[in-house]
Design a protein around this ligand. Structure first.
Ligand code: FAD
Ligand code: SF4
Ligand code: SF4
Length: 475
């Protein structure tokens, strides 16, 4: 074993510095710094090079984590970067926003007695360094296959598939209804978690490598799925899930009660320099307001932390289960608390108060009852426990469902499951021949790293399909 490794007994866990809460509350810059070379090597050297690396097993991309940690500890940064990029299309993005506490780091073997290796921060360091040093160059396809692919959606699933297919020699066209490329990476996830320049840099690199982007094109509008099927040899649907879940309660229609994604898209657009009337009018701007966010997932955490940065007077998160049952990343909850967000756990809205415009939320206290069908303990109302919160703005962050795609795309062969996500076979093909699907539209609202994995796997399946199709024509 190299002497650079196994240092977890003598070197403590260290994450990159995080800016103090009072500073980061005031802007939308990323909150975490990057390791310097010595820190990255030192932290990588804590890895015990497990024979069965649970970190790798629990990474959706099965990244070769022990190997690139070893190379980092030895100072072979370029080799380490290349190894990490071999399995991950966007390592610098995953290093920033994967919930590592639930994936690689949460399963690091040394966590049992010592704290886990800081895998995500090393991954981010490697690829940020690769960009800085100019190691990442536009790529040239291995051959020209003379076939074309249309990809609907430029989120991580669509982009991961686009890269893989382009490398194999296909003419790749990516269509998105938005005016920018990146899906939720650009319009959902706030800049303080993922700097938009990191996403834009990837877009430029993909475009320089020959991928053609067509923004402001909504499939199902003037351009149909049938048009794309006629134009391309195969199509990938990677449209994500966007239909906001709603709730019914007295007063829900009052002005000032807004869906989370409308709020986040507006904030992200403003940060990107757009003129956004909903922000300027105050309708989707939390400045000076008492804000109540309903929900306990990553979207709710992004909303509360955005409201803090917009200068809200008070920000409260109302969540019907307890802290231990929150679906969002623990790290994000801690960040929010440090930034001044108040959490009301075991609390759910009973009614929204106001006259035309919301001015308060009446809430019930909850307790956890018996497990429901999903195995999670179901929250029950504690009788006589109502309390009231002041609220000039209420943000609903209750999750997302898929839009009805067979109807929107006028393609009944696109079979869907009970929850509306698309059904695919083992080759990622939908019920429509030559039409594949990947990412949240298949999996339901999930994670960026899973969208990348699905996009990569779908691309391999599409490659096999396209080769067979060409062989059939040649035979
Ligand atoms: P998306 O990223 O949703 O991209 C789909 C794209 O398809 C969009 O650009 C959309 O405009 C386009 N599109 C849709 N319909 C059409 C159409 N008819 N025609 C043309 N284009 C269309 N995951 C993490 O791992 N870490 C996080 O910190 C995290 N934070 C999140 C915060 C928020 C607020 C949200 C909402 C999600 C977050 N997620 C996070 C989840 C993650 O963003 C998604 O799982 C991931 O982006 C899914 O990728 P996708 O490519 O399937 O879809
Ligand atoms: Fe961990 Fe995500 Fe990187 Fe995998 S991709 S090693 S889960 S940070
Ligand atoms: Fe290293 Fe932890 Fe992975 Fe083991 S589980 S190989 S110690 S990072």
């Amino acid at each position: 074993m190299a002497e650079q490794l196994l240092k977890f007994t003598s070197i403590g866990q260290q994450y990159p510095d995080i800016r103090p809460a009072e500073l980061r509350r005031a802007d939308f810059e990323e909150i975490a710094a990057r390791f310097d070379p010595a820190q990255a090597a030192e932290q990588a050297s804590r890895c015990s090079q497990c024979g069965v690396p649970f970190c790798q097993i629990h990474c959706p991309l099965q990244n070769n984590i022990p190997d690139w940690l070893k190379l980092t500890a030895e100072g072979r940064i370029r080799d380490a970067y290349e190894m990490s990029a071999a399995t991950n299309t966007f390592p610098e993005i995953c290093g920033r926003i994967c919930p590592q506490d639930r994936l690689c780091e949460g399963n690091c073997v040394i966590e049992k007695g010592f704290k886990s290796v800081t895998i995500g921060a090393v991954e981010k360091y490697l690829t940020d360094t690769a960009w800085q040093e100019g190691w990442i160059k536009p790529f040239t396809p291995v051959e020209d296959r003379g076939q074309s692919v249309g990809i609907i959606g430029s989120g991580p699933a669509g982009l991961a598939a686009a890269e893989k297919l382009r490398r194999r020699g296909y003419d790749v066209h990516v269509y998105d209804r938005h005016d920018r490329v990146g899906g939720l990476l650009i319009y959902g996830i706030p800049n303080f978690k993922l700097d938009k320049q990191v996403v834009a840099r990837r877009e430029d690199w993909l475009a320089q490598s020959g991928i053609q982007f067509h923004t402001k094109v909504e499939i199902g509008g003037n351009v149909t799925l049938a048009d794309l099927r006629a134009k391309h040899d195969a199509v990938l649907i990677a449209t994500g899930v966007y239909k906001a879940r709603d709730m019914s309660a007295p007063g829900i229609a009052l002005t000032g009660i807004v869906p989370a994604l409308d709020y986040l898209i507006t904030s992200n657009r403003k940060g990107l320099g757009d003129t956004v009337k909903e922000y300027d009018s105050g309708a989707l701007n939390a400045e000076g307001k008492n804000v109540v966010v309903i929900g306990g997932g990553d979207t709710a955490m992004d909303c509360v932390r955005t409201a803090v940065r917009q200068g809200a007077k008070h920000v409260t998160c109302l969540y019907r289960r307890d802290r231990g049952n929150m679906p969002g990343s623990r790290k994000e909850v801690q960040n929010a608390e440090e930034e001044g967000v108040k959490f009301e756990f075991l609390a759910a809205p009973a009614a929204f108060l106001g006259d035309g415009k919301v001015n308060g939320v009446r809430a019930h206290r909850m307790r956890l009852g018996l497990p429901d069908a999903s195995g999670r303990r179901f929250p029950e109302i504690v009788p006589g426990s109502d309390f009231t919160l002041k609220a000039d703005m209420v943000i609903k962050a209750l999750g997302f469902d898929p839009e009805a795609l067979p109807t929107a795309f006028n393609t009944p062969e696109l079979a869907v499951k009970a929850d509306g996500t698309l059904t695919i076979d083992r080759t990622f093909m939908t019920g429509a021949r030559g039409v594949f699907a990947a990412g949240d539209i298949v999996r339901g609202a999930s994670l960026v790293v899973w969208a990348i994995r699905d996009g990569q796997d779908a691309a391999l399946a599409m490659d096999a399909y396209l080769r067979q199709a060409q062989e059939r024509v040649a035979a």
